[in-house]
Write a protein of this length. Structure first.
Length: 268
């Protein structure tokens, strides 16, 4: 039902018969599956996006035999794939090294959205956020790992790398964080490129030649935690012109306005 409503919404948008199209049918169908979105209260755009992608994946998924990527993988393993996984799913690999015996293990993890920390309260770049996300981290105290070689909990270092880059990579900028027992919003101005985003420093060698991305959409959030407004910038896939979507107001904008200090989700 949600997938059919989404298809109807896409058709209505691309046919261009109206200046604007209301997504109320799709919103209502999604609300049947996710009650949090039935109300008129503000919800998080990243959480909404994950629900939409999950619904579309469930509607279009098919089962196929997975390609064996290592000796330990089962030759008969089956994975579920869909247009959503083909476009948006990537894979990280976390290298975890025990600081006592230096044994290293790898932990693969699929992702559709990368949630990036913001390392500054004033201004920074998207590359600063990426460096912060992919920097080596030390696991101590309650975060110790159980080392299979030492057979006890040990301190360790962990570092992530992209082993499979998706066709479309989505970055969620973590603007909402706990501040003095209250959740607040970081108003950091984050500079991000419109083209030639280089992910090669965070990608395993076989994929580095395909690690350049161009921006195709931005979701903006203005206001604060409980009193805000979402807008979007989208690049037309044919004309390459940029458009601003603010409820029913849709206007063409110059490239210079795509850089927004209210950016919340970035699609490359």
């Amino acid at each position: 039902q949600s997938a059919a409503a989404f298809g109807y919404l896409m058709s209505s948008m691309w046919l261009g018969e109206h200046d604007s199209v209301s997504p109320e049918v799709f919103h209502s169908a999604l609300g049947e599956r996710y009650p949090a979105f039935r109300t008129q209260t503000q919800q998080d755009a990243q959480e909404f996006l994950m629900c939409v992608l999950n619904e579309l994946h469930e509607a279009f998924k098919s089962r196929k035999r997975a390609r064996v990527t290592n000796a330990k993988a089962s030759r008969g393993s089956v994975s579920e794939t869909s247009i959503v996984t083909q476009l948006f799913e990537g894979q990280l690999s976390y290298e975890i090294t025990c600081l006592k015996c230096q044994t290293t293990t790898e932990r693969p993890e699929s992702f559709t959205v990368l949630s990036l920390p913001i390392p500054s309260k004033s201004a920074c770049s998207l590359q600063d956020c990426l460096k912060c996300f992919f920097q080596q981290d030390t696991l101590t105290w309650n975060n110790q790992i159980h080392c299979s070689w030492c057979r006890t909990k040990q301190d360790a270092v962990v570092k992530g790398i992209i082993t499979k880059a998706p066709q479309v990579i989505i970055f969620h900028l973590k603007r909402f964080e706990w501040q003095d027992k209250h959740k607040g919003k970081l108003l950091t101005d984050i500079c991000y490129p419109l083209s030639s985003l280089d992910l090669s420093p965070y990608t395993s060698p076989p994929f580095r030649r395909d690690a350049e991305y161009s921006l195709c959409a931005v979701v903006n959030h203005s206001g604060f935690l409980d009193d805000g407004h979402y807008t979007a910038f989208c690049k037309h896939s044919v004309t390459t012109n940029w458009y601003s979507f603010d409820d029913e107001d849709i206007t063409e904008i110059p490239d210079s306005l795509v850089q927004s200090d209210q950016a919340y989700l970035l699609f490359y």
